[in-house]
Write a protein that binds this ligand. Structure first.
Ligand code: SAJ
Length: 479
């Protein structure tokens, strides 16, 4: 595989004569394995999780929220093109290509945890055969492939990278929920330790996935690109969050500001929220920070952005407390219903979800917390059993908090809320799901991330919450 020409690689793929081992069958690995099997390769998925391997071999796809994956997965497993094992080294020994898709989390001290990558590299090294190609899709700091993974592979295999096997970094760039589509559409950044490695990987991805490939200088550059695009996003979200807190106090509506700014061709809208969750953004900055500190550079803005985003859950708790006070209640002793626990809409994933910090703090302050998330009905999440229905979660509640803008929460029925909540009640919107004036006109106390306190009210509600808004002016400004 490593020394073949593009046409040879294509021919072998079409003849089903390429074997691929995908190490790590999670959010990225399982779609990757499925897509290569669909393209004609013989794919062996390897994972340390025995239960996962057993369920996959019985055609059960655990990623039910990935559009198109369950069907494609069942098909290739039924056709015998994809199967799973826990014996990584053995699987590697019969593979032309090995793709590493194991997690790279950060530990509680925010230090990148490369233990999964290290273990996988040892397992792969032990089974690695000459002329094979190793592709690192896991997100790691710039230099980690060359300085950490490559030495392990060479030591355990006795083979020389760039001579007897190929090694590239091809950081995953697909977004949870849309991975199948994105793996075919978003260009793959490929940086090899030598041109032959880069070309071998480029041929594979172009032939198998039909995706555009961007060749870059080396693995370090490929990982720098992946981290730069995600850290750019994290910093810009932090800026949106900083504006939001500032404008709340200045009496300016951040959503209105973003709409206005978006009329400028070079403005890139990012939105305030309860914080930044997921497996990527909250962790990725630390891969770069650690590498940066190794060379004596202190990345101030990247670190500060993390602090701002990590402080947003506390800001949400303050908003909840303020809204309940406006309704004549206190946080302690109130029942609060959290709508949405996943870190982003239509994805079943609570990794580093900001709503976990909100929930834990509310409990610590003496509130009773209920939750509802359509992705987790009836399951216990963050120690609280998720209600089966939205209605069950809000019945008799003192405050409803919108934490994730799942489709189900895009048209909440405020008339029904008036009848079911323990009025006077409060609504806190962290995702710009509701019109503030509409909420207040229904008689609720209101707070929203980035929405001005003390501007929203209609005449009939101000007796309840004591805030004032010039609705006529607002309606004019909206026309
Ligand atoms: N968020 C905001 N404001 C925004 C955008 C996002 O608060 O304007 C929050 C989200 O609610 C979420 C967190 O940030 O809690 C992360 O959101 P995300 O949309 O970045 O979702 P992720 O973590 O799944 O990021 C992935 C990334 N993809 C990869 O790492 C391969 C990222 O590069 C993509 O831009 C993103 O998906 C995407 O656009 O879906």
């Amino acid at each position: 595989m490593y020394a073949e020409t593009r046409s040879e690689s294509r021919k072998r793929l079409l003849e089903g004569d390429i074997s691929i081992c995908v190490v790590g069958l999670g959010r990225i690995g399982l779609p990757t394995a499925t897509l290569f099997a669909e393209a004609g390769a013989r794919v062996l998925g390897a994972d340390i999780n025995q239960d996962l391997v057993a369920s996959l071999n019985s055609q059960k796809c655990q990623l039910t929220d990935e559009d198109g994956l369950p069907e494609m997965f069942s098909k290739v497993v039924a056709e015998g093109k994809l199967w799973a094992t826990t014996h990584v080294s053995e699987a590697v020994s019969s593979a032309d290509v090995i793709i590493i898709c194991v997690p790279t989390p950060v530990d509680s001290a925010k230090v990148p945890d490369y233990s999964y990558v290290e273990a996988a590299s040892h397992d792969i090294g032990k089974g690695l055969k000459p002329k094979s190609l190793v592709v690192v899709e896991s997100t790691v700091g710039p230099g980690i492939v060359e300085d950490f993974i490559m030495p392990i592979l060479e030591a355990d295999s006795g083979l020389k990278a760039g001579l007897e096997f190929g090694l590239v970094s091809c950081p995953e760039r697909a977004d949870p929920g849309k991975i199948i589509q994105h793996m075919k559409e978003i260009p793959k950044i490929i940086g090899g330790i030598d041109p032959q490695s880069t070309e071998a990987a480029a041929s594979l991805y172009e032939n198998a996935l039909g995706v555009k490939v961007v060749r870059v200088s080396d693995p370090k550059t490929a990982n720098a690109i992946k981290l730069t695009e995600n850290l750019f996003r994290d910093v810009n979200i932090a800026l949106a969050n900083e504006f939001a807190v500032l404008y709340e106090r200045l009496g300016v509506d951040m959503i209105e500001v973003i709409k206005g700014c978006s009329t400028k061709y070079n403005f890139m809208p990012h939105y305030p929220g309860p914080g930044v969750g997921g497996p990527c953004l909250p962790s990725n900055p630390y891969y770069l920070i650690v590498e940066s500190l190794k060379v004596g550079n202190i990345p101030h803005l990247i670190r500060l952005a993390r602090e701002i985003n990590d402080a947003m859950p506390d800001h949400v708790v303050d908003l909840i407390s303020g809204a309940l006070n406006d309704a004549g209640k206190t946080l302690k002793g109130s029942t609060i219903s959290l709508l949405g626990l996943s870190y982003k809409p239509e994805v079943k994933d609570i990794q580093q979800s900001p709503m976990e910090k909100v929930l834990v703090e509310l409990l610590r302050l003496g509130a009773t917390v209920r939750s509802y998330d359509p992705m987790y009905k009836g399951e216990v999440v963050f120690g609280v059993k998720v209600e089966d229905t939205l209605q069950a979660a809000v019945e008799g509640s003192d405050c409803v908090v919108i934490g994730t803008l799942h489709k189900e929460f895009e048209n909440l029925n405020l008339d029904a809320f008036v009848k079911t909540l323990n009025m006077p009640a409060a609504i806190v919107d962290t995702r710009n799901a509701l019109d503030p004036g509409d909420v207040i006109n229904h008689g609720f106390a209101y707070r929203g991330v980035g929405r001005p306190v003390g501007k929203w009210i209609s005449s009939e509600a101000d007796t309840k919450v004591g805030l004032v808004i010039d609705l006529d002016k607002r309606s004019k400004s909206r026309s």
